[in-house]
Design a protein around this ligand. Structure first.
Ligand code: IMP
Length: 428
């Protein structure tokens, strides 16, 4: 068996793309199992910076099969333009596999995402407005369209017609937007189907046979644990399960197939969109972390909110995902800090919490309790071994390890794949 899961241990944007890209050379398959083009992975490859939204990071390597799982939602024109962008860079998408059961983002999903955010006003979730939530809503309502529907004209027309019966009312009567006709949408989507047909197949048998054979399969999560619809800071979450359990559901493989679960956490913390963030810094230190860390969204370009590392959040991610290992990314960014704070617990109404409080109000109003550690104030971006790091940086990592209760097996000290320290990670 060689099933490995990578998940975000915070609110997304932890640097999963870089770590996946770095590790995936050893793998035969890289599988996206949830989310859609709300995700943004920046991969620095042979001196080029590539921004991927839907296609798994493994696409860069000719021996890896990249897979888009049934748990994802795919916007066909967005996927096709990403494939075109890669082909233009001489990166072949021929091996890309897409599950027959992957749900489709339809044009009304995009419209409704924007319209619903607008309606929420000050209470908006801060979604990426890519139609993710409305597409998952229809999946749960059994009104969704799937990849396999693109290959049968009459089924496609029937399903579009049945969806539009409801959606056109919603678009025109509730939101004052333009309706769609079955003909225009069916023709457009049949054309997408033609281009995607050769990539679409059943992925559960494919991956199970691969695991039986002893192939290595990497399940690549998007977003992060605290954005999980079940385990995150609901309602300020995404609409899928970016946690480790989601890998099984979203790819059709059982939990007994997994060997290791790697959680990726930034050495500090960021979040985009609304919702609680106890260690958020609205001061000069926060601004410095944003500037030095280049904290702007890959997908929307929005400035991220920034704050200190929150150990209860990561501890929670260890539990929810059953993490076996942690990767700490962007450690080099903390070189700009004289001293570094780590939130070790929260306080709310006289009660101390060392993990994420179960009640939303407690988390919204949780006051962070900090430990302050000395910074190292030297450039560490050239360090390639753990021993090369200054003592203060090693102590910082040791402290995070102690708080999380799992080893820090990988450390990233810069954006390129070479700027990574592998401490304890299996290699083929
Ligand atoms: P949605 O996924 O577009 O519905 O957005 C829901 C929430 O998840 C918003 O707060 C988004 O900012 C956040 N979100 C979605 N995708 C990402 C991501 O890849 N990184 C970080 N935050 C994300």
């Amino acid at each position: 068996m060689a099933g490995f899961i990578i998940v975000g241990a915070q609110w997304g944007d932890e640097g999963k793309g870089k770590i996946t890209d770095m590790l995936c050379e050893d793998f035969d398959y890289v599988v996206r199992f949830q989310g859609g083009n709300n995700a943004g992975h920046t991969v620095v490859f042979e001196g080029r910076t590539l921004k991927l939204h839907l296609i798994p990071s493994g696409i860069m390597y000719p021996d890896i099969v990249p897979v888009i799982g049934n748990g994802c939602v795919v916007d066909p024109p967005v996927l096709l333009s990403e494939m075109d962008m890669l082909e233009k860079q001489n990166i072949s998408c021929e091996r890309l596999v897409i599950s027959t059961n992957t749900h489709l983002i339809m044009p009304w999903h995009r419209d409704l995402d924007g319209a619903s955010e607008h309606r929420l006003g000050a209470n908006e979730i801060g979604t990426t407005r890519r139609g993710i939530g409305p597409a998952y809503q229809d999946k749960a309502s059994r009104l969704g369209l799937r990849m396999q529907d693109l290959f049968d004209r009459s089924i496609l027309r029937e399903k579009i017609a049945s969806a539009l019966e409801e959606k056109n009312d919603l678009l025109t009567k509730v939101y004052g937007l333009a309706p769609y006709t079955v003909d225009e949408v069916a023709d457009e989507y049949l054309a997408y189907g033609e281009r995607l047909r050769s990539h679409v197949t059943e992925i559960s048998p494919l991956l199970n046979v691969a695991l039986d054979r002893g192939d290595w399969v990497l399940f690549e999560g998007a977003q992060g644990t605290l954005l999980d619809i079940d385990h995150g800071t609901y309602p300020f979450v995404t609409s899928s399960n970016p946690t480790a359990g989601g890998a099984c559901v979203g790819a059709g493989v059982g939990p007994t197939r997994m060997d290791r679960v790697l959680g990726i956490a930034k050495a500090y913390l960021t979040r985009v969109g609304s919702g609680p963030f106890p260690t958020e810094l609205s001061d000069e230190t926060g601004a410095r972390l944003i500037e030095v860390g280049g904290e702007y969204g890959t997908t929307t370009g929005r400035q991220r909110r920034a704050g200190w590392y929150d150990a209860p959040v990561v501890k929670y991610a260890v539990e929810v995902n059953g993490l076996t290992d942690l990767a700490i990314t962007k450690l080099d960014v903390l070189s700009c800090c004289e001293t570094i704070k780590v939130c070790v617990a929260y306080e709310h109404r006289g009660k101390r919490y060392t993990t994420v409080p179960g009640h939303q109000s407690a988390f919204h109003h949780a006051a962070p309790i900090y430990e302050e550690l000395p910074g190292w104030k030297v450039d560490i971006s050239g360090c390639r071994r753990f021993e090369d790091l200054p003592a203060e940086a090693r102590d910082y990592l040791g402290y995070l390890e102690e708080l999380a209760g799992v080893p820090v097996s990988i450390i990233a000290v810069g954006p390129s794949r070479e700027q990574t320290i592998l401490r304890d990670w299996p290699q083929r």
